[in-house]
Design a protein around this ligand. Sequence first.
Ligand SMILES: [Zn+2]
Length: 295
Amino acid sequence: MPAYFTGCHGGGNKLAKQKLKQLSKHVRYLPADHETDRPVLGAVIGNDYTLIVDAGNSPAHAELFLNELKEIKAPESRLLVLTHWHWDHIFGMKKMNLPAIAHTKTKKYIEKLKGLQWTDEALDERVRTGVEIEFCAEMIKKEFGERRNEIEIVSPVITFENSLAIDLGGVRVRLQHVGGDHADDSIVVFVEKDKVLFLGDCYTQNMYAKKWNYTAPVFLKLLDELEHFQAAVYLHSHCDPATQAEFFQELFEMRITTKAAVENKGNREAIHSAMKEGLGRELNDDDLELASYLG
Ligand SMILES: [Zn+2]
């Protein structure tokens, strides 16, 4: 898998097309596919409406998801919500053909993408000038191949600032803006009844920087906010679902690493030894990668 997210496992699938899976009573999801960086797509199913979480990284990705949805019993009346503005979550919007709900910043950022060219030359030039990152440019080329004219940027229709409640008929969903280093427009999608939290990519590192990084105070505040949901299942867009116990263990380890990095700023050896002590074990590659993003 790409060095996309430390501590994230599963989701890769080279040979077979992903299939829709049931996560809880009212939630299905199409797992991530690392081959072309396709994120998780979700369906929250109420009595009256189906809420789709993220639009996919291409028309083909959206189509795969919509075809899978046909196979299950779910209301035809649909809503679409976007977790953040990154290409892999929005390039399937045209195919979804639904008015999208998003944070106000998400709309602003998506509108900035309008008018951009997506040819190899244009992508390479944006990578050269630091506007685009190499990883995304590569994945866009791989997902779309020659069919770059299929990239059509669509604006969200409904926007909100802090939070928004959606009643799907017997199933309430809360959209909450959380921000974070990865994308400051990031929201999470909480399915209250099922205690499922769609995380988007919110606690991934900032990848739009010369050196991928986290800002310690921003990162710690985000981790606290995510913990408050007390969800039963946490679903990051590029990972397999995690139970509360698994996610809280991850939170614990991320906090230990952040604290070690802050208290021993710039001293790699001291950071690593504080981490070892805090974690009570030897460090693995994921630990070292996370520490490197913190300074
Ligand atoms: Zn992202």
